[in-house]
Ligand binder design. Structure first.
Ligand code: FES
Length: 108
């Protein structure tokens, strides 16, 4: 069963940047790409828990600010020679608002 929650307005997320949504258990980075696609994932790099929300978005990946691992925004998986995965959450946009399905977190 899905559990969509309205979290932020699309226009409040900077293009090629992110906003952090805090829940009781996890901080979620909500990213916006140059083409206004939105992705949500746990704000924790699979390498050493770097804050991915402070990384730079390129296409549909983000570069971790600590050691430059590149993480795929759709799958949460590290790209290139690096290996690891962080939790991603389903997102949808309706009427300019971003919704996250917290119940459907994809296990890392
Ligand atoms: S913590 Fe992200 S690359 Fe090291």
């Amino acid at each position: 069963m899905s559990n969509w929650s309205e979290v932020v307005a699309l226009e409040d997320i900077p293009r090629l940047g992110s906003r952090v949504v805090k829940t009781d258990t996890v901080n979620i980075a909500v990213f916006r790409t140059a083409s206004d696609e939105v992705f949500a994932m746990k704000d924790e790099c699979p390498h050493k828990q770097g804050p991915l929300s402070q990384g730079i978005v390129h296409g549909t990946s983000v570069t971790c600010p600590l050691h430059n691992w590149k993480i795929d925004l759709a799958s949460g998986e590290a790209l290139g020679p690096d290996e690891g995965c962080t939790n991603v959450f389903p997102v949808k946009i309706e009427n300019g608002m971003v919704f996250i399905d917290f119940k459907m977190a994809v296990a890392a």
